[in-house]
Design a binder for this molecule. Structure first.
Ligand code: PEP
Length: 298
């Protein structure tokens, strides 16, 4: 559902999202939501994000936004997928009124500060005010391109949560880190650093995006096995930091050259709850194919 006002966040407001428990991200289907989470695959609601990065001008943004549809159930109904587009900041207000029902709006980043003399930054409350339901935190193009640290990202997560936004925390190793056998240690450390100071109870809506840096925008995709293994690392760390229950309810999505051809194989894995998509999200038919692959999980 497209947020209609700042106080009705579909991802967090139980009254607007009737079939997903916002405290757990789990479908409320009594058959699938059992007390033994690990035994029931695909019970987390799929999440597909389109990260438009610094691409497109107004007319193209509108045309692309108008072309995106969420599967039936996208308004929170059974069988739905959380479909979120992350346009450049100047076009958030342009995109919002043309989104189809069930397609949500997200910000590509937010400030670690609440408000004030921070020229060029965008506050989480502003994103919420303009209709965003979620925000990307720690995308690799900010971690590595702009030197954002885990400590900074932890503060950004705090701002996102205070504003009622779903934080989509991005983690992932570089090629050198993978080739030297440090991938899982890096993922673990990024999670611990970025989530430092945040209690399990505050993080009910958290989404983690595993995005190996070497796969972003390169056409090189992690194999489903490698991605699934990394997602298990994410859950292991979340379990150690918080609880088994929490680690099983958080959605962990994959990003890194997901496209219309490889999405089905990736999203067929139990561990992969959806995708964060860059390049392919700029092509309406490709993004639609990825959403369709995600909807087959639900
Ligand atoms: C991204 O922007 O998060 C991303 C994964 O980009 P791409 O799909 O182009 O690799």
């Amino acid at each position: 559902m497209t947020p209609s006002t700042p106080t009705t966040n579909p991802a967090t407001n139980p009254t607007t999202n009737p079939t997903t428990n916002p405290a757990t991200n789990l479908a409320t289907n009594p058959v699938t939501n059992t007390s033994t989470p690990a035994a029931v695959p695909f019970r987390r609601r799929p999440f597909v994000g389109g990260n438009w990065k610094m691409n497109l001008l107004a007319a193209e943004v509108v045309a692309l936004a108008e072309s995106i549809a969420a599967p039936s159930g996208g308004d929170g109904g059974a069988g739905g997928v959380d479909v979120v587009v992350f346009p450049p900041f100047p076009y958030l207000a342009t995109v919002r009124p043309v989104l189809k029902p069930g397609v949500q709006l997200g910000g590509q980043d937010c400030s670690a500060e609440k408000q004030g003399a921070f020229t060029g930054q965008v506050g989480a409350a502003m994103l919420r005010d303009v209709g965003c339901a979620s925000v990307l935190i720690g995308h690799s193009e900010r971690r590595h391109g702009l030197g954002e640290t885990d400590a900074l990202l932890s503060r950004k997560i705090g701002q996102a949560l205070d504003a009622g936004l779903v934080p989509v925390l991005c983690v992932g190793e570089t090629l050198a880190e993978r080739e030297s056998g440090r991938a899982h240690g890096v993922i673990d450390a990024q999670l611990r650093g970025s989530l430092a100071g945040h209690a399990e109870s505050a993080l009910a809506t958290l989404v983690v995006a595993y995005e190996p840096v070497w796969a972003i925008g390169t056409g090189r995709t992690a194999t489903p096995d490698d991605a699934a293994e990394a997602h298990r690392t994410v859950r292991r760390t979340l379990k150690e930091l918080y609880s088994a229950r929490f680690s099983e309810q958080v959605r962990v999505i994959y990003g890194g050259s997901v496209n219309a051809r490889n999405a089905a194989e990736l999203l067929a894995r139990e561990e992969i709850d959806g995708g964060l998509v860059g390049g392919a999200s700029l092509v309406a038919s490709d993004f639609a194919a990825i959403i369709a692959a995600a909807s087959r999980r639900s």
